[in-house]
Design a protein around this ligand. Sequence first.
Ligand SMILES: [Zn+2]
Ligand SMILES: [Zn+2]
Length: 306
Amino acid sequence: MKTKEKIIITATIVLLLLIVNYGRLDEVDITRADTLNVAIKKLEPLHQLPAKPGPSDWLASHEEDGQSFDVYINSRPIRPTIKRNKLYVIPLGTFDKRASEIIAESAIFMGKYYQIPVVMMKTESLDHVPDYAQRINPNSGMEQLLSTWVLDKFLKPQLPDDALAMIAFTSIDLWPGKGWNYVFGQASLRERVGVWSIARNGDPNIDEKSYALCLSRTLKTATHETGHMLSITHCTAWSCNMAGSNSLEESDRHPLYLCPECVAKVCWSTRSGLGKRYAELLSFTQKNSLSESTDFYKRAINILEN
Ligand SMILES: [Zn+2]
Ligand SMILES: [Zn+2]
């Protein structure tokens, strides 16, 4: 056999081996998945099956099969890497004192929820938004910002190299373009940018209850959408923060915490410890009087320790 043919055959074999091994899980990932599969079974008794969807709920109009932990880890999801391992958060617009507190708390919570460092950036004004990217909604009369402008023209040009994702929180409502009324948020999963608004989460200034509701809604949207950015799709297996919502009312019915399958996806993806994550979230929810989550994390920690 000629040298040139030998080189071609060797190169072909190497290429085939690379293709076969591409996407295979390494030993550490497999061991981590095995450990998490044991935890899933332990946690299941704490969780409820999803309620049957009503006629205007998400699953009544969207055909979704869900995504098991095994399906997730074999889907080559987006994960933090040595190079891209931070979440950047930018407040965009004008926020009063209470709303600013909610954004700051949301950034802290996202870091604990995903066990990823968060970089809080300084608030940017809406002064530089071009005319085509803002409007008054003809139905609601609400001031709105074009979500695609935020993603493409505001976030993408300043996306840091070490960002797993960069997320803008806006004080005003969003719409994604012609034919749309509004959206709560929008994310470009492959391009690592996302935007969500707090405008429909209620006025946090009325009393402590209204503050807690606005905080809980903002945390829920922030963590649900960040989950999508880690390639986690909608959950249909359990009552879960990763379940789809057609409305604020439906989203209010979902818990802020994750079901056993989805929490396993997060811990596997971010290579983080389940117990450490739960302990950090418990401390946050206790401090912020989020009673449903506090009760859940206490029971989860207890069940994992026994
Ligand atoms: Zn979603
Ligand atoms: Zn789930």
